[in-house]
Design a protein around this ligand. Structure first.
Ligand SMILES: C[S@@+](CC[C@H](N)C(=O)[O-])C[C@H]1O[C@@H](n2cnc3c(N)ncnc32)[C@H](O)[C@@H]1O
Length: 248
């Protein structure tokens, strides 16, 4: 896996390097064990230990990325190269901002070439080169807000890492994430310029047939991707559709 500079491409890195991780399988082993604390539930204890032992969390901190998720986008884009200088990017479910940081660097929005327009239900600290707002994507008006911000009203890339908070009931969680994915896909079908790309979080266990059919009709290539930074034990998966054929 190629990883040059801070995020594998471009310049302007503040500190750190995306090459902190060896993607050939030689991730640095960390082995922090925590004493159990009465105030922690077993699941929060497991979560904390996983965070402390996660080389991506450590690398993201060193590199100044807002989330370990930044590495997922780095790894996917290093392989498929859809974030290009000058590109217009929409980032749905952007907080805390890891993906937006990578997108801003790769499309060179800080230099005024590309654009990154980001929304999330949660507040997000401002980021250089990113126009963001606090907004529920499912609300009326969200799509119009995004389109109004885009140069010529169109995007070259739509990213969606949106995930509703899980309730622990697998079927319900799956349905909620697929609803967001479908809404994001329809928006992509409406806003992308020909040749554009759509990257979206889905769940293992299958992208719904309807969603896949919708994407296959509109894009030249549709593939599932599971970047190394996506925890192997998690059901998380991404669908990447490239070569948008234009509005139907
Ligand atoms: C996994 S996080 C995104 C992490 C982000 N890609 C990063 O690199 O920092 C998922 C985000 O989706 C957001 N989200 C969930 N439902 C949403 C909705 N309907 N509209 C906007 N954002 C939403 C959540 O608030 C959460 O911040």
């Amino acid at each position: 896996m190629r990883m040059k500079g801070k995020s594998g491409r471009g310049s302007g890195s503040k500190k750190g390097s995306g090459s902190a991780l060896d993607h050939s399988g030689g991730q640095r082993e960390l082995n922090v064990r925590l004493k159990t604390a009465r105030s922690r539930t077993p699941s929060s204890q497991r979560w904390l230990e996983r965070q402390l032992n996660d080389p991506y969390v450590a690398a993201a901190k060193r590199a100044g990325f807002r989330s370990r998720a930044a590495y997922k986008l780095i790894e996917i884009d290093d392989k498929y190269r859809f974030l290009k200088p000058g590109g217009r990017v929409v980032d749905l479910g952007a907080a805390p901002g890891g993906w937006s940081q990578i997108a801003a660097e790769r499309v060179q929005s800080i230099a005024g070439r590309g654009q990154v327009i980001a929304i999330d239900i949660l507040d997000m600290e401002p980021l250089a080169g990113v126009v963001s707002t606090t907004l529920d994507f499912m609300e009326d008006g969200a799509e119009t807000w995004l389109k109004d911000k885009l140069r010529d009203g169109a995007a070259d890339v739509v990213l969606s890492d949106m995930a509703a908070s899980t309730v622990g009931h697998t079927k319900t969680d799956h349905l909620r994430i697929m609803m967001l994915a479908e809404a994001a896909a329809h928006f992509a079908g409406d806003v992308l310029a020909p040749g554009g790309a759509f990257l979206c979080k889905v769940f293992q266990g299958g992208t719904e047939r309807d969603l896949l059919d919708f994407l296959k009709q509109r894009f030249a290539i549709v593939r599932h991707v599971k970047p190394p930074a996506s925890r192997s034990g998690s059901a998380e998966l991404y669908v990447l559709a490239t070569g948008f054929k234009g509005r139907a």
